[in-house]
Design a protein around this ligand. Structure first.
Ligand code: MN
Ligand code: MN
Length: 460
C-alpha cells in the first residue's frame, strides 16, 4: 500500500532509455545522423544560416517579401543579413490568436580575428585574435583550428574565406608552454594561464625570398592574395573566425553522446529547424528563429534584441490586418537554448536533484540568471503548466533543470528579450557537458527529445 502511495504521490524521473521503445531508439539515431552533418556544415553563424536555408528550401520554404499574400500552410523565411534566419509556417488560425515560436541561437564561442590581425614575430607569422563569448582561454591552446568568414571589399563585393574544413586543407593552432618549463605559468590562476593578447594563431614560418623586412608575413600575405585577391588593408572590413577544426563524432562505446564544436546552441537550432520543416498546416502559425550574437548579449542587428524579428512578424500580421501587439500578447515562445548537464566529475557545482541530467530528456528551465534570480525571464507557473500538458500529450520525455547551485554563477538566454515583447516565454533545450569548451557533448536521446518538444509546441 505504501509503495503505491509513493508511486502516486512522489515525483520520480526515469532514465530516458527505460521509457522509449525500439522504434524511437532507431528514430533518435537517425535524427542525430542528420544533426552531425548539420553541425559539420554550420561552423559559424553565417554558415549555419546557409545550411539552414539550403535545408529549408529543399523542404519548400520560400523567401518572404513584404506584400506577399499570406495563406495557411505557406512556408516562408527571411534571411537577416546572412547572419540570422526567421522561418514561418502559416497556421489556419489568424495571427491575432498568437504564434508558436522557438528561438535558438547559432553563434558560438570562438576566436575572432582582430581588424589588423597579421603580424610577424621572430620569423613566425600570426593572426591576432579577440575572443568572442565566455571561454576558458586555456582550453583553446593546442586545438586544431579552421578559419571561416567574409572580407567585404571597397567595391561592394564580398570574398568568402574558408580554410581547414576540407580534407587536405592546412589547419591552424595556438601554441602552449611545455610542462618542463611551465613553473611560472602553472603557478598562476587558470584565468591567467594565457593572456588574451597572446592568443595568436600560428600561420607560417617560411620567409619570402628577398632581402626586405617581415619576410614571413609577406609570404603569407602573398598566399592570401593569390587565393582570395585581398591585401592587408582588406582585413579592416572583414569578419573572420577561428573555430575548432574537430569533426563531429559519436562519443562512448555505446555511442550515446555526440561530441563536437558549437552544440551551444546549434543543437537546438537544428531541432527547431527540423521541427518547422516537419510542420504542415499547423493550427497556429509556427515561427523558428535562428539568432546571432546571443553569446555577447543578443545585441546588434542580427541579435534577438534587434527589431528584425518585429519586422518579420509585423509584415505577416499586416497581410492579415492584425496588430502586432495583439499577436505577441497571445503568443508562446520556447527559448530553445542548451542548459548544463549534471556532471558526476564536477558534482560540487550542481544541486543534483534539481540539475538536468543527460538521457533524461529535454531540459526545461523555469528561470536562469544568477544570485537571487537576477537577470532572468522566470516563466510563470501557468506557462510551465501549459508546457507540461503539451509534452505529456505528445510523449515528450523532459525534465526540469536549473543552472547549477544557487550562488555558483549563472547565465542567460534570449528568453529575457522575448518576454520583453509581451510573449509568454520559457527556457527549454538540450543539456550539455563541457559547455563552451572547444569540444562539447550532448546526449543523442536529449537531442531527439528536444526536436520532439519543439514539434509538439508547433503542433499545439
Ligand atoms: Mn546558448
Ligand atoms: Mn552559450
Amino acid at each position: 500500500m505504501s509503495d503505491n502511495m509513493r508511486e502516486n504521490l512522489f515525483y520520480e524521473q526515469k532514465n530516458g532509455y527505460d521509457v522509449i521503445d525500439t522504434a524511437e531508439r532507431i528514430a533518435l539515431e537517425e535524427f542525430c545522423e542528420g544533426y552531425k552533418n548539420y553541425l559539420d556544415a554550420a561552423r559559424t553563424e553565417r554558415l549555419a544560416v546557409k545550411e539552414a536555408v539550403r535545408l529549408a528550401e529543399e523542404a519548400g520554404f520560400v523567401p518572404y517579401t513584404y506584400g506577399m499574400e499570406v495563406k495557411p500552410g505557406m512556408k516562408l523565411y527571411r534571411n537577416n543579413r546572412g547572419k540570422s534566419l526567421l522561418l514561418a509556417v502559416i497556421g489556419k488560425k489568424s495571427l491575432a490568436e498568437g504564434i508558436n515560436i522557438a528561438a535558438a541561437h547559432i553563434d558560438a564561442p570562438r576566436l575572432d580575428l582582430k581588424q589588423i590581425p597579421l603580424h610577424e614575430d621572430s620569423e613566425f607569422a600570426y593572426f591576432r585574435t579577440h575572443y568572442y563569448g565566455g571561454i576558458k582561454k586555456y582550453q583553446w591552446l593546442t586545438v586544431p583550428l579552421e578559419l571561416h568568414g567574409v572580407v567585404s571589399l571597397k567595391n561592394g563585393e564580398s570574398v568568402e574565406i574558408s580554410i581547414g574544413r576540407e580534407e587536405g586543407d592546412p589547419q591552424f593552432c595556438i601554441t602552449d608552454v611545455l610542462p618542463h618549463l611551465a613553473k611560472d605559468q602553472l603557478s598562476k590562476g587558470a584565468m591567467d594561464i594565457i593572456a588574451a593578447e597572446k592568443m595568436n594563431i600560428l600561420l607560417g614560418s617560411i620567409p619570402y625570398d628577398d632581402e626586405g623586412s617581415d619576410r614571413v608575413k609577406l609570404a603569407i600575405m602573398s598566399m592570401l592574395h593569390d587565393s582570395y585577391g585581398i591585401t592587408e588593408e582588406d582585413f579592416l572590413s572583414a569578419e573572420i573566425q577561428a573555430v575548432p577544426a574537430y569533426n563531429t563524432r559519436d562519443i562512448g562505446l555505446d555511442r550515446s553522446f555526440v561530441g563536437g564544436y558549437g552544440h551551444d546552441d546549434r543543437v537546438c537550432s537544428y531541432c527547431e529547424l527540423k521541427a518547422i520543416i516537419d510542420t504542415n498546416e499547423p493550427e497556429r502559425t509556427a515561427v523558428c528563429i535562428l539568432a546571432d550574437k546571443e553569446e555577447i548579449g543578443s545585441e546588434g542587428t542580427s541579435g534577438m534584441q534587434s527589431q528584425a524579428f518585429e519586422c518579420f512578424v509585423e509584415d505577416l500580421c499586416d497581410a492579415q490586418g492584425v496588430k502586432l501587439r495583439h499577436c505577441f500578447a497571445n503568443s508562446f515562445c520556447l527559448s530553445a537554448d542548451v542548459c548544463n548537464a549534471y556532471d558526476p566529475m564536477f558534482a560540487e557545482i550542481s544541486e543534483k536533484r534539481s540539475n538536468a541530467k543527460a538521457n533524461y530528456g529535454m531540459g526545461i528551465l523555469k528561470f536562469t540568471g544568477r544570485g537571487g534570480k537576477g537577470g532572468t525571464n522566470d516563466a510563470d507557473a501557468e506557462t510551465v503548466g501549459k508546457l507540461r500538458k503539451i509534452f505529456d500529450d505528445h510523449n515528450v520525455v523532459w525534465q526540469m533543470g536549473t543552472l547549477g547551485k544557487v550562488d555558483q554563477g549563472g547565465g542567460g538566454t534570449v528568453a529575457l528579450f522575448m518576454s520583453r515583447r509581451n510573449i509568454a516565454t520559457i527556457d527549454a533545450g538540450v543539456p550539455v557537458l563541457s559547455m563552451h569548451a572547444p569540444f562539447e557533448l550532448v546526449s543523442k536521446f536529449d537531442t531527439y527529445m528536444t526536436y520532439k518538444g519543439v514539434k509538439a509546441v508547433y503542433d499545439n
